[in-house]
Design a protein around this ligand. Structure first.
Ligand SMILES: [Zn+2]
Length: 266
């Protein structure tokens, strides 16, 4: 078997990023340790959550779990240096791809004016094979790609803020098509802490949120669903070399990212 190609390092010559994801804990399952690295560099990152994850806890009704998960998400963001967290009130589990969703994300991009937009894997699967992704993630990612282009066009959604055409790249964390990554060796523990908060570990396993893919945590063997285990697993999943200027070195890699750029006009 031939070794996979080394992952290219993500650029770090930017100052502001906007992360757009479907649910509380989506960022904590891969990107949070990278986000901790970037905020430590002095970069600003804003979280934009399309839902409040209100359908994610089997034992708690949405009216109660939504505010609970919002509070946990805000705390998880704080752990990795993110002060601004917005919730856009879309329905957890039934986010629809379409023009209204593009408009909502366009508004957020124009409001926050990022250079980098971060979202989650929008491919059909997590592993490029059989492990199914969820509709909310797919719809969110696809609409985010479109909204970056919409935000740059003054004639699209003209009443929804001033156009913003300075997004340079979109990064989709956890994509099976990842070709880029960032070294999170130094901030791995912050990523674990952030995931613990977002997963409601402090609430106890019975009331913790669903794992991605909708498998309730209580249906998993106990030793396999600690936050640290999850993130180690995530690391292994994209554990590849990052190419550097001089050589290839092994790092604790995660937030393997699929990257998108596009040709801009005028
Ligand atoms: Zn999710």
């Amino acid at each position: 078997m031939t070794a996979p190609e080394p992952l290219e390092p993500l650029t770090e010559d930017w100052t502001k990023a906007l992360a757009v994801v479907a649910h509380p804990d989506d960022l904590e399952f891969g990107a949070a340790a990278a986000i901790a690295r970037w905020t430590a560099q002095g970069k600003e990152i804003v979280y934009c959550l399309l839902t409040s994850g209100e359908a994610g806890i089997d034992g708690i009704a949405p009216a109660e779990s939504g505010p609970l998960r919002e509070a946990e998400q805000i705390e998880s963001a704080r752990v990795v240096g993110v002060d601004t967290v917005e919730f856009l009130g879309q329905p957890d589990g039934t986010i629809e791809y379409g023009v209204p969703l593009r408009r909502l994300i366009t508004q957020a991009i124009r409001r926050h004016q990022p250079e980098i937009v971060i979202t989650n894997n929008f491919r059909d699967t997590w592993d490029g094979d059989a492990l199914l992704n969820q509709a909310d993630h797919i719809n969110t990612g696809r609409a985010t790609l479109d909204a970056v282009r919409d935000a740059a066009n003054r004639w699209i959604f003209p009443d929804d803020g001033q156009r913003w055409n300075s997004v340079r790249q979109v990064w989709a964390s956890g994509s099976p098509s990842s070709k880029h990554a960032v070294d999170t060796t130094e901030t791995f523990d912050l990523g674990v802490e952030s995931l613990k908060g977002a997963q409601g570990v402090h609430r106890g396993p019975q009331l913790a949120a669903f794992r991605p893919g909708g498998v309730p945590r209580r249906h998993l063997p106990h030793d396999r669903h600690t936050p640290r285990h999850h993130l180690r697993g995530a690391v292994r999943g994209v554990h590849r070399l990052i190419r550097t200027d001089r050589s290839c070195v092994v790092h604790l890699v995660f937030s393997g990212s699929e990257l998108r750029t596009w040709q801009t006009r005028g």
